[in-house]
Design a protein around this ligand. Sequence first.
Ligand code: ZN
Length: 61
Amino acid sequence: MNAGKCSVCGYVDQGDEVPHKCPHCGAEKENFQLLGEDPSAKIEPSSGTNEIHINLLGLLD
Ligand SMILES: [Zn+2]
């Protein structure tokens, strides 16, 4: 299973295909980044995005 992450709002879609538009912020498909199977497998539906945001903040800090 592939997951796609919206680079605009950070929404993670865990469907088999990237959605045409982000259901969260409405960004176009081009804004989605495909995530590899390993990272997507570690993402929990409820807490995954929070962890990603924390990780990104850590990288930016
Ligand atoms: Zn979005």
